[in-house]
Design a protein around this ligand. Structure first.
Ligand code: HPA
Ligand SMILES: [Zn+2]
Length: 345
């Protein structure tokens, strides 16, 4: 029996099916309205006249042009309450999008460089995770990202500062400017994190070449690749990713807005899925790239008409498989996914 034959309203299914989000930078969920509200609360003057002027500046030509604005936006975050409010605003959106689990990236160096204590950051986010579980039934986890444009020494210092809060984060990642900052720069930091039993992920193959994906696997020993879309340029790597089921956390609207795939119809996601890779869909920095997780699903399925209900199932199931949760919880989510498909019209 074709379990998908009865489905006619695919957009409704995409919206309501349970899913996990594994690639979202919490600082990238800061909406212009909240940036201005926090600026006022903290007595900070922004160089933009208002929300509309700020939004108008969101015309990115590449990753760096985005990062410059993203770090400027994060400068309004000073107090524990600011980090809590930002994360709660994300969880409200996540609940609307039927997200059952979210693994959130945060960039401590963006804050500690401005004199904000790492404890302020982690306590605020951690409290939001607890509240989201209570209020929305969403489970959350934190992944600390090192900024790859900064030095290895700075990454080690950040790890030291974070260790008193070890129980509040499940892993580490690597983000910021990819080109010219290859995985090998952080091989020793990741080796230390591995000894500490932390989960390991890294952005690779977003703007950088497929060889960075390979190096993230071989030199950093990461369990997931964030983005990884450039893997499509390397047939051997594709085979390896498929056979080992190394997850790629793909972010379609981010790729479009940062001109990786200026036209979503050219996006490689359907090809990566067809090649048997454990592809997931994620929002990356939704306040900057035009939408949260469901908007990413809807835009991708609209741009790539070969994607059908069976692909929706695969993408949701992949998001559970790729998450850092126990097998029993994943099995429970899969059952919920089955129910959503059975209910779907
Ligand atoms: O998409 C991204 N790539 C690299 N660094 C980032 N930091 C936030 N978003 C991103
Ligand atoms: Zn990212």
């Amino acid at each position: 029996m074709d379990r998908f034959a009865h489905i006619t309203d695919l957009p409704a299914l995409l919206r309501t099916m349970p899913k996990a989000e594994l690639h979202v930078h919490i600082e990238g969920t800061l909406e212009p309205e909240l940036i201005f509200a926090l600026a006022e609360r903290n007595g900070i003057t922004l160089k933009y006249d208002g929300v509309e002027a700020l939004r108008a500046a969101y015309a990115f030509t590449d990753l760096q042009s985005f990062l410059d604005i993203y770090y400027a936006g994060a400068s309004v975050l000073l107090k524990e309450e600011d980090f809590f409010d930002m994360a709660m605003a994300y969880f409200r959106r996540a609940a609307d999008d039927h997200i059952v689990h979210a693994e959130l990236f945060f960039d401590p160096q963006t804050h500690t460089a401005r004199g904000v204590d790492i404890g302020v950051v982690i306590r605020g986010l951690s409290r939001a995770l607890d509240t989201a579980r209570q209020d929305f039934g969403i489970s959350g986890a934190l992944i600390l990202c090192f900024l790859r444009h900064l030095s290895e020494e700075d990454a080690f210092a950040t790890l030291e500062q974070a260790l008193p809060y070890r129980q509040h984060f499940i892993g580490v990642g690597l983000d910021s400017s990819e080109q010219g900052n290859p995985p090998e720069k952080f091989a020793r930091v990741f080796a230390r994190c591995r000894e500490l039993g932390l989960h390991l992920v890294a952005h690779a193959g977003e703007e950088g070449p497929a060889s960075y994906v390979r190096d993230a696997l071989d030199l950093l020993h990461v369990e997931r690749i964030d983005h990884g879309v450039r893997s499509i340029d390397d047939a051997d790597l594709m085979h390896r990713l498929a056979t080992k089921r190394v997850p790629l956390t793909v972010c379609p609207l981010s790729n479009q807005k940062l001109q990786v795939y200026p036209d979503l119809r050219d996006h490689s996601l359907a090809k990566l899925l067809a090649a048997g890779l454990c592809v997931t869909i994620n929002s990356d920095d939704p306040a900057y790239f035009g939408g949260y997780l469901n908007t990413n699903f809807l835009a991708t399925f609209e741009a790539l008409p070969e994607l059908r209900a069976n692909h929706a199932w695969q993408l949701a199931a992949n998001s559970f498989e790729a998450s850092f949760v126990d097998a029993a919880t994943r099995t429970r989510w899969l059952a919920q996914l089955g129910e959503a498909f059975d209910r779907a019209a």
